[in-house]
Design a protein around this ligand. Structure first.
Ligand SMILES: Nc1ncnc2c1ncn2[C@@H]1O[C@H](COP(=O)(O)OP(=O)(O)O)[C@@H](O)[C@H]1O
Ligand SMILES: [Mg+2]
Length: 450
């Protein structure tokens, strides 16, 4: 017998007491969200024999730090941890399974399974598609003795790729025909509600106070309107997209490829001669091996369209273990040449992209970067890109699916930069990443100018 004394604060208590179908907690930093989520799920496991619970975070690293280690400590002698399954098994038949959804499709692994309770930590890091897929698994498992209405619990901060759907359901309460308002309950908690943190680490509030204004409003006061989290606030649907038009035959054209088996993105670009760049075609396809990707790219390029060069992901220059050949060699052998190893200096690259998004051409004041409306994926992904939580001025690598097209564009724009780049001012907007340990940039290894 082990006695655990829990002292939830009043906001956490309201979260515990909610039996709504969907209950969300938080809205700011440090409000005791993770503690509340963990504790609530353990209480459910102890109180309902045989209940099946799923706790999800976006990445494995976050899951480990935030929940796995604290739960192992909390449940020592109470539940058995089965590491191969990443689950805690309680003597009463209850189970808490921990999972993560790094990529959009990772949620599919939970389809066909049934959990009476699903906890979504940092719900704004999940897309609406993932949330909807998970609601299908939120049903009676058949293992329980008691009658139980399935529920989902969420914790959240403003910002992130899921900002809009979380805000719509829990903050704006703006419902669609198939959604019942009484199903959604939100407990707003701020760092000031977390007495534990206020007592033990009052400097944390100073850290939040020191954030730039927009981010402070969001993270300290839970203001959902001040911080949308977009990495490129400069991207403008009114300014950058354009209906396709015939290109001037004299314009120099080139391609940029972000290759991956999960997704290959190739962009075709034209230089307008006055500093402007037009993205006029895209290829966006998953599951292509390197030779197929090369072939598809060549097939999508009309014979009479001269392409000066193709800049491509630097990792294509690594030798592959299976064939002993590099992706570069395979692409070359399939006729995709000349290939240029892309400059992967991420932060400089994003800064260059910002300059293009903000800028206008010298001669006729057109946007410096124009994207044909036919490039659906680039236009879809650019506004979805988010700030990385930890590295100042870098874009988040999750959800991974939205990164491919922006990365290809970054490679493209960097291929036009001088070898020793001009100094570009850091991002001057007030949406900065949180706790940034480094502002350093990456190397310029292997950068060749054509
Ligand atoms: N009711 C509580 N009792 C004890 N510790 C708590 C309680 N609520 C929060 N904490 C502690 O406060 C700190 C911050 O809480 P956490 O849940 O990580 O916040 P958030 O996820 O909102 O950033 C953690 O160390 C957590 O264990
Ligand atoms: Mg947390």
């Amino acid at each position: 017998m082990r006695e655990i004394i829990l002292t939830p604060n009043p906001k956490q208590l309201r979260f515990f007491e909610s039996t709504a179908k969907y209950t969300a907690y938080g809205g700011a930093r440090g409000g005791g969200k993770s503690w509340a989520m963990r504790t609530k799920l353990v209480l459910l496991a102890l109180n309902y024999n045989g209940i099946q619970i799923l706790l999800l975070r976006r990445t494995l690293g976050e899951l480990r730090e935030n929940h796995l280690f604290p739960l192992i400590k909390l449940l020592k002698g109470v539940a058995q941890f089965v590491s191969t399954e990443k689950e805690f098994r309680f003597p009463n038949g209850s189970r808490i399974k921990l999972g993560y959804c790094d990529s959009e499709n990772d949620v599919l692994q939970f389809q066909g399974q049934a959990y009476e309770v699903i906890g979504l930590e940092e719900a704004t890091h999940f897309t609406e598609k993932q949330f909807i897929a998970l609601t299908e698994s939120n049903r009676i498992s058949g293992n329980m003795e008691a009658v139980f209405r399935p529920r989902m619990y969420f914790t959240c901060n403003p910002g992130g790729v899921g900002h809009d759907w979380v805000k719509r359901l829990f903050i704006d309460r703006n419902y669609r025909a198939n959604e019942k308002p009484e199903d959604y309950f939100f407990v707003k908690s701020l760092v000031f509600d977390n007495h534990y943190l206020m007592r033990n680490n009052p400097e944390y509030v100073d850290t939040l106070m020191a954030l730039p204004e927009l981010r402070r409003k969001a993270m300290l006061y839970g203001d959902w309107n001040s911080f949308e989290g977009a990495f490129f606030p400069e991207f403008d649907y009114e300014k950058h997209p354009c209906e396709p038009f015939p290109l001037d035959p004299g314009w120099i054209k080139f391609r940029a490829v972000d290759y991956g088996l999960d997704m290959t993105c190739c962009l075709w670009l034209a230089l307008t001669g006055d500093g402007g760049i037009i993205v006029y075609r895209e290829l966006y396809e998953s599951g292509l091996i390197i030779s197929e990707a090369a072939k598809k790219i060549l097939d999508a390029t009309p014979k009479k369209e001269p392409i000066r060069y193709t800049t491509a992901s630097p990792d294509l220059w690594n030798r592959r273990q299976d064939s002993g050949k590099s992706g570069f060699e395979i692409m070359n052998a399939n006729g995709l040449k000349p290939l240029q190893k892309a400059n992967n200096a991420r932060i400089t690259g994003w800064r260059v992209m910002r300059e293009y998004l903000k800028g206008y051409t010298s001669s006729d004041c057109k946007p410096k970067l124009i994207i044909f409306r036919s490039c659906h994926n680039l236009l879809r992904c650019l506004p979805l890109l988010r700030f990385d939580e930890y590295t100042k001025e870098d874009a988040a690598d999750t959800p991974h699916e939205v990164t491919h097209a922006p990365e290809a564009l970054r490679y493209a724009l960097m291929s036009r930069e001088p070898m020793f780049p001009r100094k570009i001012a850091p991002f001057s907007g007030s949406i900065y990443s949180f706790d940034s340990p480094s502002s350093g940039d990456d190397s310029y290894e292997g950068f060749i100018k054509y």
